[in-house]
Design a protein around this ligand. Structure first.
Ligand SMILES: [Fe+2]
Ligand SMILES: [Fe+2]
Length: 398
């Protein structure tokens, strides 16, 4: 196998890594073949520069960790991954021998990345050699490193989605296209097009009962841009919860998806450095984000295509029944029914989605958190109904 030219990942490490990951995957042979590679293999012990992050990363990403470089050379490991990340120091005993043996094996992954500090020995090694394709900076902030891994793993997940049911692949590509289009329009002060959202809603409705859709959402929750996954996740959850409580008319089902999908549309108007920040927000940034329900209302009214149902859910989904929510600290009697339903879906989805500053919870872990919020924050009726839906209880007859 021809080695790519070794280069230091400097100015834009994520982008460079993404490009390298794309070409590495392209070198991995036909999709669905026995030799298909969809994982990243990380070799690192607790003492290695990247060891501290490993436990967290391997829980949440399409990674496999091995704690000895010799274990990594087992063909079964090497053949299933498109990238290998080596977390040890270049001057560790036996490392040169390892790299030499790695280069000789047929199963060598197309991308070999090393992990170390920006000015550490690996940097010099990568600058002058051809055995590694790039360097993940272990002295970068943890959220930056996580973001880098996420980007690599996310690409692998995109490939999986492309191989899945064409209807599912269509939903994901439409969602990405639509949210990009909405953000461009919102920033240009143009109204958002309802027809495109309805079109996506119709595609979702066709597959809403399919287990493939749940698998697809589970994949997305782990790996993809928060806002996109969240919009789709809340839309689908609202649609499923609506059906569970007895909504049957197609137009109502479609509108439930739209309401969930657009509940945070005002976030697309937020300053980009805040919207795209990989880590936890400061108090000032949080205060700006807390304006998103008001932005959502403005955008939806401007479009002229949405009624009060969709608009109140967007405006009120952060209000709480005890009157301590935002933006208006509304008392319970002023919070619309649809806003209560969307609030429950919103909290559940947020808890089960990955965030760069914390791992996701499983649905089983999220439901008790929802129950704790039930009554003073969330509407207990919808908390109970969502719990019924997710724990497999039969649908209600109401
Ligand atoms: Fe929100
Ligand atoms: Fe939300």
């Amino acid at each position: 196998m021809v080695l790519s030219q070794g280069k230091l990942l400097t100015e834009s490490p994520d982008r460079t890594l993404a490009e390298r990951a794309a070409s590495a995957r392209a070198a991995c042979g036909p999709e669905n073949s026995a030799t298909s590679r969809d994982r990243i293999l990380v070799v690192a012990t607790d003492a290695s520069p990247i060891g501290g992050l490993l436990k967290f990363l391997t829980q949440d990403y399409a990674l496999k960790a091995v704690d000895s470089r010799w274990d990594a050379l087992v063909p079964g490991n090497l053949q299933s991954c498109f990238a290998l990340i080596l977390g040890e120091r270049p001057n560790e005993p036996g490392i040169a021998d390892f790299l030499e043996r790695l280069n000789r094996t047929e199963a060598r992954p197309p991308l070999v990345i090393v992990a170390g500090p920006k000015n550490g020995p690996w940097a010099h090694f990568v600058e002058r050699q051809t055995d590694a394709d790039g360097l993940v900076f272990t002295d970068a902030p943890a959220e930056h490193q996580i973001h880098t891994f996420r980007l690599l793993a996310g690409n692998a997940v995109d490939r999986k989605i492309a191989q899945s049911d064409p209807a599912i692949a269509k939903i994901w590509s439409r969602t990405k296209g639509l949210l990009y289009d909405l953000s461009v329009r919102i920033r240009a002060g143009q109204p958002i097009p309802r027809a495109d959202v309805q079109d996506l809603a119709a595609s979702v409705l066709e597959t809403v009962d399919s287990p493939d859709l749940s698998n697809f959402l589970a994949l997305l929750r782990d790996h993809h841009a928060e806002l996109m996954v969240h919009a789709l996740n809340v839309g689908i959850t609202a649609l499923r919860l609506g059906r569970h409580i007895g909504v049957r008319r197609r137009e109502h089902e479609l509108r439930l998806f739209e309401t969930g999908f657009l509940h945070d549309v005002g976030k697309l108007a937020l300053p980009l450095p805040i919207l795209q920040k990989p880590g936890k927000l400061t108090d000032e940034e949080m205060a700006i984000v807390a304006q998103h329900p008001i932005e959502s209302e403005k955008i939806l009214r401007q479009s002229g295509a949405y009624d009060d149902l969709v608009i109140s859910a967007a405006l009120q989904h952060h209000e709480k029944l005890d009157g301590t929510g935002y933006p208006y600290r509304l008392p319970a009697e002023k919070i619309a029914d649809i806003s209560r339903l969307i609030a429950v879906c919103d909290v559940f989805c947020a808890l089960t989605e990955h965030r760069s500053y914390r791992p996701k919870r499983s649905p089983e872990e999220a439901l008790p958190v929802l129950r704790e919020m039930s009554g003073h924050h969330l509407d207990p009726v919808y908390v109970d109904r969502l719990t019924e839906l997710l724990t497999g209880a039969p649908p209600s007859q109401s």
